[in-house]
Design a protein around this ligand. Sequence first.
Ligand SMILES: Cc1ncc(COP(=O)(O)O)c(C=O)c1O
Length: 433
Amino acid sequence: MQGNIQTRLATLDLAHIWHPCTQMKDHERLPIIPIKKAKGIYLYDFNDRGYIDCVSSWWVNLFGHCNDYINAAVKSQLDNLEHVILAGFSHEPIITLSKRLCEMLPQPLNKCFYADNGSSAIEVALKMSFHYFRNLKENRNLFLSLSNSYHGETIGTLSVGDVSLYKETYASILLKTLRTDVPTTQFGDYANALETLETKLKEHGEKICAFILEPLIQCAGNMHMYNKEYIKEAVKLCKKYGIQIIFDEIAVGFGRTGSMFALEQCDVVPDYLCLSKGISGGYMPLSVVITSDSIYDVFYAPYSTYKAFLHSHSYTGNTLACAAANAVLDIFQHDNIIEKNKHLSLFMQKEFEVLRESHRVMNMRICGMVVAFEVMTEKERPNILIFEEGLKRGLLLRPLGNTIYFMPPYIITQDSISYVVKSLKEIIELLQE
Ligand SMILES: Cc1ncc(COP(=O)(O)O)c(C=O)c1O
């Protein structure tokens, strides 16, 4: 009976839903998995089968599903105010959240502009940077980004991205942008990458509004981890040309890289910091671009001078999402999460070490609460195979090509980490056959 519900829902789903990031034809063979409920690191289907959420449901979940504390905060908010237009009106959760975020960040990051998803935050930052120079009567209309970068899948964000899987199809309708090489390693030499940047800047520096980058980890770019020293030096070079800096911490913000924000490790204060995903603990869509008063002031004028910065979404700064975000910040504070994650990260590093024994495993790397490695195999579409084998073992894994990564909610236990590693070992062995 229960099994029938699972199958019936899966069939109905395929009749009416076109899923993201999916070749739907694959689901002629692969069943869609309707999820009935979730608790902590586990998702449960209608057969009560549990799956460990090894990818934090697309890198958004920080403190587990149906977290009691966040649930209570959202429920309590729900009885007072669910949503209100953010133009001309405001609400307490967003005011509290903005103050708290600005207090956590280095000066002069002091002004929050909200949207409702990661791509929109990037669009905001790009437009704001372009508009800033326009208001100053400086003619800059190019953006610079790193090779292998991913900033979203709207037309604007694809234009600054570089992952061909998403970008190639739309190349002819994208904005003209510039690309410079990302350093190839996490700890190695980055002189060549800096040299390429310098050449680009000499040629185009005065035309560039902003340099946009994902600090420390290019997540959708196969979890590429690169040298943080490069970031510091690259920012210095850009500053010589008056170029603004956009940090896309949509995936890495809120503790993923080991510090609350990756910027702390890079020792850089960007002009725009873009946050989303973990901000609401994985509960609701929310994003924010945090910038400085000095940038804000360039837009602050009588309407006849500069009409305003116009970028609005209906659900911008949703009240329930902000209530969830405040609860997330409470948990960070009360439970000393960044310190606890240091121990968890060390444990992950130690456990994953065993996988290196397989000659198929290459480039094992870790940064905070993200572990990744490549698995060398002749098998076609290894990501699908690994996904299926993961399901059999009660794991939700979503490899990027042949890159397997583990990016769990921070509440995962050591025992569960060991179970994931043991299962991965079995899966990698299967890939050798
Ligand atoms: C670094 C980065 N920027 C932007 C985005 C886009 O965010 P969203 O999927 O919420 O539009 C993502 C999504 O994975 C991301 O990883």
